[in-house]
Design a protein around this ligand. Structure first.
Ligand code: CAA
Length: 304
């Protein structure tokens, strides 16, 4: 049942910045009237912390709204493929136990995903979202291989949190069909997705990617290929400041975290969040920025 015309919804959205349930409904309503992306068959490479959440989120809408005919979830190692599948299954089982999904909806969701260690299964996908380890050499090699094996129309997207999208795009041999699609942890819950374009990205490919993000129920923001994009550029220095504060003995872990929760409305304190994101990930992002942008004043605080 439609309660509001698209024009009314647009006017209401323009006149308010609150995030009420009504607005959530309104945004979904509005997006259901926008054109859809042309990405049918989806590939997901890497089923770790981020990748399993991306595959699950896409499978959820594939099962419900038929956004994708199928999702090919790829890991090169059977052990990691199995653990990725287990992670998704556990998360889906939890939703069933909370009565947010029925058993048959859960089965339909899992049925949308083909788990494989055969990379050729990705050849005829329309969009591939990669979430492998943050190693530029590995990513470049992967994209060089994918560029040769996939059909020419396949769009590639990296979920990297801080590496250069441009460098990966160049390695792929199809830079105009390359974007960044950056999700947040936990992917199933966090609404935001950063969509990143390089100077090579075809505007139609970029628009389609933004539409796809909307189709899977997330909110897209657009960003150029700048270090850390929007969120990490602002967030990571904040996390590092909390670590330096602790190191100097200015305040305890508990007091730093509770301050940012109760004083700034953050859902998690910065030290808890750094641990949640992964201290190794924070260190990797930080070292990369310091090495690649030694003249950037914003990263001077990170030198250690
Ligand atoms: N998978 C699926 N669902 C999850 C989940 C997960 N990993 N973690 C929590 N949830 C669900 C819970 O089941 C719960 O669902 P219901 O409301 O249906 O019961 C809901 O999320 C809330 O969880 P909790 O009640 O357990 O706890 P909470 O209210 O404290 O929320 C949180 C947990 C969503 C993680 C919240 O603390 C939060 O938003 N933290 C900040 C997370 C954040 O900032 N992430 C971005 C990090 S930066 C990044 O990811 C980018 C990068 O490149 C480094």
């Amino acid at each position: 049942m439609t309660l509001f015309s698209a024009a009314t919804v647009r006017r209401l959205l323009a006149n308010t910045s609150s995030s009420s349930n009504f607005l959530h409904y309104a945004r979904r309503h509005l997006s259901s009237t926008t054109p859809v992306s042309n990405f049918d068959k989806l590939g997901c490479i890497g089923l770790g912390l981020m990748g399993h959440g991306i595959a699950q989120t896409a499978a959820m809408v594939a099962a419900k709204d038929n956004v994708h005919s199928s999702i090919i979830a790829f890991e090169s190692d059977q052990k990691f493929l199995d653990s990725g599948r287990d992670r998704i299954q556990k998360s889906v089982d939890k939703l069933v136990s909370k009565e947010k999904l029925t058993s048959s909806q859960a089965d339909a969701l899992m049925g949308k995903i083909t788990f494989t260690t055969d990379r050729d299964a990705l050849n005829d996908t329309d969009l591939i979202v990669e979430a492998i380890i943050e190693n530029m050499d590995l990513k470049k090699q992967l994209y060089s291989d994918l560029g040769q094996q996939c059909k020419p129309e396949t769009v590639f997207a990296s979920n990297t949190s801080s590496l250069s999208i441009t460098q990966m795009a160049e390695a792929s041999g199809r830079p105009e069909k390359f974007v960044g699609i950056h999700f947040f942890n936990p992917v199933q819950i966090m609404k935001l997705v950063e969509v990143i374009k390089t100077e090579y990205t075809d505007p139609t490919v970029f628009d389609n990617t933004v539409k796809w993000v909307d189709q899977i129920g997330k909110v897209a923001v657009k960003c150029g290929d700048t270090p850390g994009f929007i969120v990490n550029r602002l967030l990571v220095p904040n996390l590092i400041q909390a670590m330096l504060m602790l190191e100097r003995g200015d305040a305890t872990t508990h007091d730093i975290d509770i301050s940012m929760q109760l004083g700034a409305g953050n859902p998690m304190g910065p030290l808890h969040l750094a641990d949640y994101v992964g201290l190794d990930t924070c260190l990797f992002i930080m070292q990369g920025w310091v090495n690649d942008f030694p003249e950037e004043r914003a990263f001077v605080v990170l030198r250690c």
